[in-house]
Design a protein around this ligand. Structure first.
Ligand code: 5RP
Length: 234
């Protein structure tokens, strides 16, 4: 387990209060948070979690964190999730773990989103990490072509699309929601808002991995401590 990720996860626990409904993110950093949360639950903390993936649901069960169906909650107080890249305005690339649609549904429905990352995830400009886009399998080649056009039209120097394969190499990876993931080698995303806007107009796109204006707190784990960075969205 990376010490930097663990330090970020531990610092996020300070934001958790008794009685909260929590969005539980996906990925290795989110799973460390869930393990630590499980220890607090064993000590008497009362919370319930809304998982953003089947893997996260399994991790929460294993660690004794109670779960609730997303359709049974009226409010999610706080979501804690990881990210693949974070820029200075707290815009994110997410979806390296192929959970971006559910992650965005939960983040969007939350009063607050806190992102936990190690310091290697901080970038000046998004786009080195290939941008994941979740698409419907129907007409995927057509959709991928439209995604390429949208990326180039919004100023990305590249936009080459690759259909993500499953771990066995037997075919496309299928998300928890039954979709495919197209990874886009943008190199740089100079105008994340415009890119997001153009991607959202493509019918086959279920969701993209640009998370803009969703997080106001980033916790950056380093080897010996964690830094809490806050952005006012007033
Ligand atoms: C999953 C995600 C993850 O939050 C992202 O990939 C970071 O993962 P990790 O904490 O393992 O580095 O977006 O879809």
């Amino acid at each position: 387990m990376s010490q930097a990720k663990e330090n970020a996860a531990l610092a996020a626990l300070d934001f958790v209060e008794d009685g909260m409904t929590l969005g539980l993110g996906s990925g290795s950093t989110a799973e460390i948070f869930i393990e630590k949360l499980g220890e607090r639950v064993a000590g008497g903390l009362k919370v319930q979690g809304v998982p953003t993936s089947d893997a996260t649901a399994a991790c929460a069960k294993e660690n004794g964190v109670p779960l609730v169906d997303i359709d049974r909650v009226s409010r999610i107080h706080l979501t804690i999730d990881g990210a693949d890249e974070v820029d200075p305005l707290f815009s994110l690339i997410k979806g390296g773990g192929a959970c971006l649609l559910r992650e965005k549904i939960v983040a969007h429905a939350s009063d607050r989103m806190i992102v936990i990352v190690d310091d290697r995830k901080l970038v000046e400009t998004l786009g080195k990490f290939p941008l994941p886009v979740e698409v419907d399998p129907f007409g995927v080649a057509l959709t991928a072509d439209q995604i390429y056009q949208a990326l180039r039209a919004s100023g990305c120097p590249n936009g080459q699309t690759v259909l993500r394969q499953n771990e066995d190499g037997t075919g496309p990876l299928v998300t928890d929601g039954g979709h495919f993931i197209v990874d886009c080698k943008c190199e740089e995303i100079p105008n994340p808002g415009e890119t997001a806007h153009l991607l959202e107009k493509i019918p086959g796109v279920m969701e993209h991995g640009l998370f803009i204006d969703l997080s106001s707190v980033i916790i950056v784990g380093e080897d010996d401590h964690a830094r809490v960075m806050e952005l006012s969205r007033e």
